[in-house]
Design a protein around this ligand. Structure first.
Ligand code: NAD
Length: 478
């Protein structure tokens, strides 16, 4: 018996959760269920997190969480419960298998069988945003070495466990050399430990185009959070329907399983919704909690039901489908098929399924970190870079001198081009004078000069080398 937490969620959530649980229990899943309330009701009762402390304690205690989609009310102040749950419980890996069911579900990609492994805690989802000037806002993209090591190792261990042949990495490291560059670098390092698994890296733009056009070229794809969020929906949709895919959110101690679609409020309460996405999430859960035989039985019965053409409205197609059914009737059809196997689609065998263990992160010895300068960000409403360049030279000290100004990353001083459009947000680089070694006090001295000269500084970013390697990007055009 495994204790799990269940949340029935909002919109179509309660119907698809009841359908899913009825199938699992009929198949003999050994589940001891604690139900909690999360989502819209809780938000509207004034809890901006959408979850009570008691419900949190239940999730923390039981460790395994099966969650139906929830509605985040429109308007400010409500925090996404999904993002909070993933980050608070350290659910670093989001796994979404996307497989075609040709010829039973219409798809342009009959051979597609891709697993997207998405980093789930970092990247632009850190939610650290600031308005810095009238014209410019900023979102911090944070990528850590432990974060990259965990997700890339997970992707290779997943491939190993499930007999997958290749792991592909998608990044945009030709542009983001530090952040995506680190992700790619860690991918290359870890790939060396798995010589039996093929590995490759694609720049995300052409990789995404290839995935949309020729998904059978891919097997397991690992990527940072934002790209994974977008591409896993595309991958699910091109198998035939985003409503057929489930996802697993995996951490060292906790895991959450769900459908990838939302709460579809317009379809709620009408016995219309397709429970397949949540059922697929629940099957991933059964594999994770050591009940692979039940998972296999449910999956084979579901595939048989798909083959029989017993379809909900969203996937019903004249000529392919035989019966249009509601949520409840679909679940009953799957239950009636328990013990049966698909005839055309390959039946599944989950003999090897189980928890994918990855080693706890071991910190590398610290690199030698040397301060070599500072970028001072300035709010200035003028437009001529030569004028701000002249003003800022008053901030020079014996140790740090102005060497470059960029506007939205493009070098505009010295020797910019007058065609370059400039906003009110200027990044001003002060580099070390030959033969000197700056300290933090030297940065403060530069900032004090800004105050003395009426220059509006917004923030600073220290420039370091790590074991002699530059730890910051150059300006475009530098
Ligand atoms: P949605 O996924 O709820 O619906 C998109 C479309 O797909 C709709 O036309 C809907 O009718 C259809 N659809 C989705 N699931 C279906 C199913 N199981 N069976 C049949 N048809 C289905 O996306 P949305 O409309 O953008 O979002 C609605 C709400 O869901 C929002 O409040 C959003 O915040 C929330 N949401 C929650 C989650 C989650 O809890 N994991 C994820 C995404 C969106």
């Amino acid at each position: 018996m495994t204790k799990i937490t269940v949340a029935k969620g909002d919109g179509i959530g309660p119907e698809i959760m009841d359908a899913t649980l009825s199938i699992l229990l009929a198949a003999g899943a050994k589940l001891d269920i604690d139900e909690i309330d999360v989502g819209e009701k809780v938000y509207l009762a004034g809890n901006t997190a959408g979850i009570s402390n008691d419900a949190w304690e239940t999730i923390r205690k039981n460790k395994i969480f099966l969650k139906a989609p929830i509605t985040t009310p429109q308007g400010g102040g409500y925090k996404s419960l999904n993002v909070t749950t993933r980050k608070t419980l350290g659910l670093f890996a989001n796994v979404r298998p996307c497989k075609s069911l040709h010829p039973f579900i219409a798809t342009k990609h009959p051979k597609m069988d891709v697993v997207i492994v998405r980093e789930n805690e970092e990247d632009l989802y850190a939610g650290i945003e600031h308005q810095q000037t009238d014209e410019v806002v900023q979102c911090l993209k944070l990528i850590s070495r432990p974060g990259c090591e965990k997700i890339v190792t997970y992707a290779f261990e997943y491939a190993k466990k499930y007999g997958r042949k290749k792991v592909t990495c998608f990044t945009k490291d030709n542009i983001m050399k530090q952040t995506d560059g680190l992700f790619h670098k860690v991918f290359d390092e870890i790939a060396l430990k798995y010589p039996e698994i093929e590995n490759e890296h694609w720049i995300i733009d052409i990789g995404a185009a290839k995935l949309a056009d020729t998904p059978e070229a891919f097997d397991v794809i690992v990527m940072p959070n934002l790209y994974g969020d977008v591409l896993s929906d595309i991958a699910a949709q091109i198998t035939g329907s985003v409503g057929l895919a489930g996802s697993a959110n995996i951490g060292h101690d906790h895991a959450m399983f769900e459908a990838i679609h939302g709460s579809a409020p317009r379809r709620a309460g009408q016995n219309l919704a397709n429970p397949s996405g949540l059922l697929q999430g629940a099957i991933l859960m059964l594999k994770h909690i050591g009940q692979p035989d039940v998972a296999e039985k449910v999956q084979n019965a579901w595939l048989k039901t798909m083959e029989d053409g017993i379809h909900t409205y969203d996937i019903y197609k004249e000529g392919v489908s035989t019966q249009k059914v509601g949520t409840k009737e679909f679940a009953e059809a799957v239950v009636a098929n328990l013990g049966e196997e698909p005839q055309t689609l390959p039946k599944v065998n989950f003999k090897n399924a189980g928890i994918i263990e990855i080693p706890k992160h071991v910190r590398k010895p610290r690199a030698e970190k040397v301060l070599v300068g500072v970028d001072v960000f300035v709010d200035w409403e003028g437009t001529d870079p030569n004028i701000i360049g002249e003003k800022l030279e008053h901030m020079n000290t014996d140790v740090l001198n102005l060497t470059m100004i960029t506007n939205r990353g493009v070098k505009v001083w010295p020797k910019g081009y007058e065609e370059t459009f400039c906003t009110d947000h200027w990044r001003c680089r002060f580099s070390t004078v030959e033969g000197k070694q700056p300290s933090k006090s030297d940065i403060i001295a530069v900032l004090n000069k800004a105050v003395d000269n009426g220059i509006d500084t917004i923030k600073t970013e220290n420039l370091y080398t790590f074991d002699g390697v530059r730890g910051y990007s150059l300006g475009q055009g530098q």
